[in-house]
Design a protein around this ligand. Structure first.
Ligand SMILES: [Mg+2]
Length: 376
């Protein structure tokens, strides 16, 4: 079997995702989704294609490495090149699963669990404590037992300087009021995470994470920017609130220092952005050696989310996977599979070959970026 073509479509979801389809001379195709590469992903995949045409698609890791090494001087350490490559890698796994008539998790070593626990992102940086509490209650009523709120607020009236990354006592109190209201609304048995989006300096991050200690959070996410591992470790070592980071790191190499220095309590690679399925599993395995749980970041549609689910099934140290489509109603519409895809805050693994679901062409046409063309 040989690869004959690779095509892309940009589809509206949380911004635009890039859907990638790999074609072969046997007629079997595989489809993947990658995200956060913006419109660069389609262009980069178009350029990468010549490295893959004529290759046997069954050698997924070798093909990933072939392209990555070809791009070493063109940004293959992190960023758009890796995000684009990730879309191809996920499509290849789908294709290999179909060729062998097995679900992808089987190719990753089998499954530890049959269903994947999700947390729902609830947004809400600028909402008052009462509306945060209302939203939390409504999401828990949908069946989720874990939720996440944003607490960084550039418009907070207590903020004195929009450019520095410090925090005033009034800002800290606003954050505490929101988290206290959410905890009060959902009770003690629901996991709550909060996201600071890497927008604070080290002393601010320490003050905020310490102020969150009474609320028994699942984690605080990116309290400081992600690239300074020692600063992250300083925050982690200053508070009993668990610290989570990783959505802006790429490949095993990007996670090595973070894990080896134990600068974080929980890691959250974004699998359809920063690594793909094989590399994502390797990152999880590295973290496992240091007793670090794996809680992937994810804003993809159902295709990319299901790809992440196959990795989450195949590792012991999985904690929870993000779902970020609360305000987007076309989630179930985008793919053809058993509906609803999410039941009581969990996604059950599919036993169909490959990723287990197919895109719905009618929905793709409806939500694709103007100027895109449906797959052949
Ligand atoms: Mg985040």
């Amino acid at each position: 079997m040989k690869i004959t073509d690779i095509q892309t479509i940009e589809v509206m979801g949380h911004g635009y995702s890039t859907y990638v389809r790999v074609y072969t001379d046997s007629g079997i195709t595989g489809t993947g989704e990658c995200i956060h590469g913006r419109s660069a992903s389609s262009a980069i995949i178009g350029e990468m294609k010549h490295l893959l045409i004529g290759e046997n698609p069954m050698n997924v890791d070798r093909l990933f490495e072939k392209v990555r090494r070809a791009y070493l001087f063109d940004g293959a350490l992190a960023g758009n090149v890796i995000s684009a490559l990730t879309g191809i890698e996920i499509a290849l796994w789908d294709l290999v699963g179909k060729a062998l008539d097995v679900p992808v998790y089987q190719l990753l070593g089998g499954k530890f669990r049959d269903k994947i626990r999700l947390y729902s992102d609830c947004g809400s940086s600028r909402n008052d404590p009462e509306s945060c509490a209302e939203k939390a209650k409504s999401v828990v009523q949908m069946g989720f037992n874990a939720i996440k709120f944003d607490i960084d607020d550039s418009q907070c009236p207590h903020k004195l300087d929009p450019w520095n990354w410090s925090v005033t006592p009034g800002e800290v109190q606003c954050m505490v009021d929101k988290v206290a209201a959410v905890r009060e609304a959902v009770g003690s048995d629901i996991d709550i995470a909060i996201d600071m989006h890497g927008r604070y300096d080290t002393p601010a991050a320490i003050r905020i994470t310490q102020a969150m200690e009474p609320y028994n959070l699942m984690w605080v996410e990116e309290p400081v920017p992600p690239e300074n591992i020692d600063a992250m470790r300083e925050v982690k070592n200053s508070t009993s609130t668990p610290i989570c980071t990783g959505e802006n790191l790429f490949l095993r190499y990007g996670f090595r220092d973070l894990i080896e220095k134990q600068a974080v309590d929980i890691i959250m690679p974004d699998i359809p952005k920063c690594c793909g399925l094989s590399e994502g599993r390797k990152i999880a395995n590295m973290a496992e050696v240091y007793y670090i749980p794996f809680a992937p970041h994810n804003v993809c549609g159902p295709l990319g989310t299901m790809a992440s689910c196959h990795v989450c099934a195949s590792i012991p140290n999985f904690l929870v996977l993000e779902w970020h489509w609360l305000e987007r109603e076309h989630w179930d519409e985008l793919v053809i599979t058993r509906k609803p895809i999410i039941e009581n805050g969990y996604i059950s693994l599919l036993d169909e070959p490959g990723l287990g679901l197919e895109i719905n062409p009618d929905a793709i046409v409806k939500y694709m970026k103007p100027g895109c063309k449906l797959f052949d």
